[in-house]
Design a protein around this ligand. Structure first.
Ligand SMILES: NC(=O)c1ccc[n+]([C@@H]2O[C@H](COP(=O)([O-])OP(=O)(O)OC[C@H]3O[C@@H](n4cnc5c(N)ncnc54)[C@H](OP(=O)(O)O)[C@@H]3O)[C@@H](O)[C@H]2O)c1
Length: 218
């Protein structure tokens, strides 16, 4: 289990993000601070997160829309204040959107731009805004080399982002894709993710890994 003391996640009110929060809280050495960010921490979609926060004082809910640059810098200030001089060990860029019906015939500019803003520009802005806190954690750590317990950014991607694997998936009907995803439960996926994080080091920087830590070709 990764021994990151301070962790921040995006898109943590449901799906993989929420399960990451639950499994981090339930881990043998839970982080001192988990910053669970989501678009609407006061709204109905964050009820489960709020219930968890009421039981776990190390869980802090932070409002953050990765499409909104000023919301990202505002969130970084809130987190910096809460950390009170500590750095951030681990930033997990998890928030993402997916339009299953978007084929070449139906995709439009609006969907393309919005998806790019959320899935590609968002993680870049997050890395930029939280870099000072990640650097602080790296400077304060005695550990050598890169690791998730020292300072790291993990971008949750997908095999569908692999150019080499495109022929394997692009022509597959959406229905089989959806069925194949149903084989892997969120619980299993997150257990896999959290067992991969502690083994990451310099040699993994910039690589695309699956939930079991196996390399996927770009
Ligand atoms: N599920 C899979 O099988 C699978 C496979 C490979 C990769 N992934 C990747 O894993 C990540 C999580 O997937 P998931 O299946 O858990 O997705 P999900 O259930 O659809 O949840 C997506 C999360 O992202 C949040 N989000 C969307 N746009 C956002 C924005 N602009 N700002 C902040 N948060 C935003 C959503 O918040 P709201 O509730 O506010 O919409 C939600 O919390 C994604 O990056 C996805 O590409 C998933």
């Amino acid at each position: 289990m990764a021994a990151a003391r301070t962790v921040l996640l995006t898109g943590s009110n449901r799906g993989i993000g929420l399960e990451l929060v639950k499994q981090l809280l339930g881990s043998p050495r839970p982080p001192a601070w988990i910053f669970a960010t989501c678009r609407d921490p006061e709204g109905p979609r964050a009820q489960e997160l709020r219930d968890l926060a009421s039981k776990h004082p190390n869980l802090v809910l932070v409002k953050l829309d990765v499409e909104n640059p000023s919301a990202i810098t505002d969130a970084a200030k809130v987190v910096e204040g809460k950390l009170d001089g500590m750095g951030l060990n681990l930033l997990i860029n998890n928030a993402g959107i997916y339009t299953p019906t978007a084929s070449l015939e139906t995709v439009d500019a609006e969907d393309m731009v919005r998806t790019y803003k959320t899935n590609a520009v968002g993680p870049m802005l997050m890395a930029q805004a939280f870099l000072p806190l990640l650097k602080k954690a790296a400077q304060d750590s005695k550990e050598k080399g890169l690791s998730c317990s020292k300072a790291a950014i993990i971008n949750i991607s997908t095999i569908l982002g692999s150019i080499k694997k495109t022929p394997d998936s692009f022509f597959r009907p959406v229905i089989s894709y959806r069925c194949s995803k149903a084989d892997l439960t969120v619980d299993t996926s997150v257990r896999g993710l959290l067992s991969v994080l502690p083994i990451l080091s310099e040699k993994h920087s910039g690589t695309l890994l699956n939930w079991e830590g196996k390399a996927i070709p770009w």
